[in-house]
Write a protein that binds this ligand. Structure first.
Ligand code: SF4
Length: 356
């Protein structure tokens, strides 16, 4: 696996070891200011410094290879190229408030191998650096600035792109802090979605620097054996440990706005029958302040799984609702450009429009 270069902060300090600390903050602010488009526009820095920076530190850590827009215009996907030529994806989706949610990647590929997911078939290529994660926001900020006819506000970020964020913890954490310091995103507008890497979930409870973001756990089944068929990395006693973790999390972040969400992808004949729904109710009752978000399976070529029928989805939700569980259903977006959940694997589908 290729090792990521040191981040741009470290490189700056190497180039200008005597500069005061506020200079870095000034530069970080400039990165996230829409009117700043390159080192030459940061006129608060001396001309000499800008010349060196122009030569030594790329203004942005990624380059767009292809940008696609869905036919409805509510989803945009970009294939980005990193410092080593490797490709990864990022998605911009319209949300209910007529604003935008960015779906960021944290790794190139993924080692978790969830059986319904296209990214899992790639294996892990490498972790994204903190700059590469944070710059997905900057890429979409610039994309919107160039299109003033579109709504401009990015209100949410979700870690639901390529990769498992908790196995790239330090870079994910650093990117989140960068956004919290330099954008108007608050911690409850950022969701880290994880397959449930229990040792790391347990570690972040004790980490004073872990930001109080929302956490979404990809549950997909209320029982260990059946979950392992969907999520092969399921640890022994997964559900018992997870239930305890939700209570501990609630104790640390004890706030309704920091609820945990269980993501539940509905796969026809695998995890969507009434018995499974009842077992899910029993499991959810053992946890704390949890919302269940059901996700209709998005098709992935080469995978045998199919989506539950509309009736099947409604029946499943009804069992949960009747038991008093807080249930939502994720709207499917961007299927025509392979930008929907579980579809990111550097494929460019023939639907949608290439816009860049
Ligand atoms: S669902 Fe998430 S964790 Fe599982 S293989 Fe896909 S990207 Fe990795």
């Amino acid at each position: 696996m290729t090792v990521a270069p040191r981040n741009r902060h470290d490189r700056f300090l190497e180039l200008f070891p005597k500069e005061p600390a506020f200079r870095l903050r000034q530069i970080e602010k400039a990165y996230f200011t829409s009117s700043m488009t390159g080192w030459e526009s940061v006129t608060t820095l001396s001309k000499d410094m800008r010349t060196v920076l122009e030569r030594e530190i790329p203004w942005i850590s990624c380059k767009a290879v292809t940008t696609l827009s869905s036919n409805r215009g509510d989803t945009h996907k970009v294939v980005l190229e990193g410092y080593d030529g490797q490709l990864y994806e990022s998605v911009l989706m319209a949300n209910m408030r007529n604003q935008w949610t960015i779906c960021v990647s944290s790794q190139i590929g993924c080692a978790m191998g969830c059986t319904f997911c296209a990214t899992g078939t790639m294996g892990l290529k490498r972790n994204l650096s903190s700059d590469e994660i944070a710059d997905q926001y900057r890429f979409w900020r610039a994309f919107l600035t160039e299109r003033p006819e579109l709504p401009q506000r990015i209100s949410n970020v979700v870690f639901m792109g390529m990769g498992e964020p908790l196995v790239n913890l330090e870079n994910v954490k650093a990117a989140i802090h960068t956004w919290l310091q330099n954008t108007d995103l608050g911690p409850t507008r950022i969701t880290v979605s994880t397959v449930g890497v229990l040792p790391v979930l347990e570690e972040i409870l004790k980490d004073p620097l872990w930001p109080p973001v929302r956490i979404a756990i990809s549950l997909h089944s209320p029982e260990e054996e059946s979950r392992r068929k969907i999520v092969p990395t399921t640890a022994p006693h997964f559900h018992t440990r997870l239930a305890k973790w939700t209570h501990d999390y609630q104790e640390v972040h004890g706030n309704r706005r920091h609820h945990v969400t269980f993501e539940y992808t509905l796969i026809s004949g695998v995890n969507d029958n009434a018995e499974e729904a009842k077992r899910l109710v029993q499991f959810v009752r053992k946890t704390s302040a949890v919302k269940v978000n059901v996700i209709p399976l998005n098709p992935v070529s080469g995978k045998a799984f199919t989506a539950s029928s509309r009736q099947g989805i409604e029946d499943f939700k009804t069992v949960l609702l009747n038991a008093g569980i807080n249930v939502t259903e994720r709207k499917t977006m961007g299927q025509d450009i392979a930008a929907a959940c579980g579809q990111l694997a550097l494929t460019v589908k023939s639907g949608g429009k290439v816009v860049g």
